[in-house]
Design a binder for this molecule. Structure first.
Ligand code: ASP
Length: 306
């Protein structure tokens, strides 16, 4: 089936501390988003697959210390970085995810390998780490993930005995991408360092298919960002798909309902990006802003924060 390629990416949603998000930093964020978007778009323009486009876009964001994923991941309670990621291809719902992995430069690449090389969907903790070592993905030393700002953020959270969303009053971060290629295939990818000072092997919504990430060629591809515990409880990504399938909603209506309905009433802050079998990408959030960029069916590029 022929289709017009489209792509959307996000770098997290939340309510920013305006004193931290100076105009200079805003420019840096927008530039990083536009660069990642272009990388994904180039893949689609060359006739590449949505699967490759979302992975390449997310890899670019994982290498950028501004975002809470890969290199810029937040510190957990033990002062280390444990990352979650999910890759979802709309073709046959081929999905792979990892939770709590360390030292992996591109967790999204590892997630995709779970889909391609194992009969499983989600690998966690020590097993996922073993798979990372065996699979040959690039591993980086702890210093690669060190960021002065994140370190201070963690010290503060620890001293107040709190667990922080990277968004909150502080800063946002989780990254994601969704795309449709010229053959009409859809894909989604999401990657995160989770929450600052998180404990006990905490896993968020990102690597959970149907919560933070989802793709089905017939319905939609979704990547979420926000307070993971809420997104898991409300099965947000799948909620969008279910409303399209069973209630006949448009992608835009379904996405709006999933983000602004019961999730929001219950205090679940965040947003999502989505693409469907036709039409432009849909981006929606229930907080002050979401780092985002997208390209529409007519090839127009957009980037915004608020
Ligand atoms: N959803 C992510 C998590 O709860 C965090 C985020 O989107 O910033 O792990």
């Amino acid at each position: 089936m022929k289709a017009n390629p489209v792509i959307a990416i996000h770098g997290g949603a939340g309510t920013p501390d305006r004193t931290l998000l100076t105009p200079e930093r805003e420019v840096l964020y927008l530039q990083a988003l536009q660069e990642a978007l272009r990388i994904g778009w180039d893949v689609l323009q060359r006739g590449g697959s949505a699967d490759d486009a979302v992975v390449e876009a997310v890899k670019s964001l994982e290498d950028c210390p501004l975002f809470n994923a890969g290199r810029g991941s937040v510190f957990n309670h033990e002062g280390i970085h444990e990352m979650d990621a999910c890759f979802a291809s709309g073709k046959g719902r081929l999905t792979g995810a990892v939770a709590g992995v360390r030292n992996v430069r591109h967790p999204i690449e590892l997630a995709r390998l779970v889909a391609l090389r194992t009969p499983h969907v989600l690998l966690a903790g020590t097993g996922a780490q073993k798979f990372a070592e065996e699979s040959g993905v690039e591993l980086m030393p702890e210093e690669w993930f060190y960021d002065e700002y994140r370190y201070r953020q963690w010290q503060e959270a620890r001293s107040q005995q709190e667990i922080w969303l990277d968004h909150g009053e502080k800063k946002w971060g989780t990254v994601g991408a969704v795309a449709r290629d010229r053959f009409g295939h859809l894909a989604a990818a999401t990657s995160t360092g989770g929450m600052t000072n998180k404990k006990y092997g905490r896993v968020g919504d990102t690597p959970i298919f149907g919560a933070g990430t989802f793709a089905d060629d017939a319905l939609c591809a979704i990547s979420c960002t926000g307070h993971g515990e809420f997104f898991i409880r409300y099965c947000v990504a799948h909620e969008v798909a279910a409303q399209i399938r069973w209630a006949g909603r448009s992608l835009a209506q379904a996405a709006w309902n999933a983000i602004h309905g019961p999730l929001c009433l219950d205090g679940g802050e965040g947003g999502l990006i989505a693409v469907g079998p036709s039409g432009d990408p849909v981006l929606t959030f229930n907080c002050a802003g979401m780092f985002r960029a997208w390209i529409t069916e007519n090839g127009q590029m957009h980037a915004a924060i608020f």
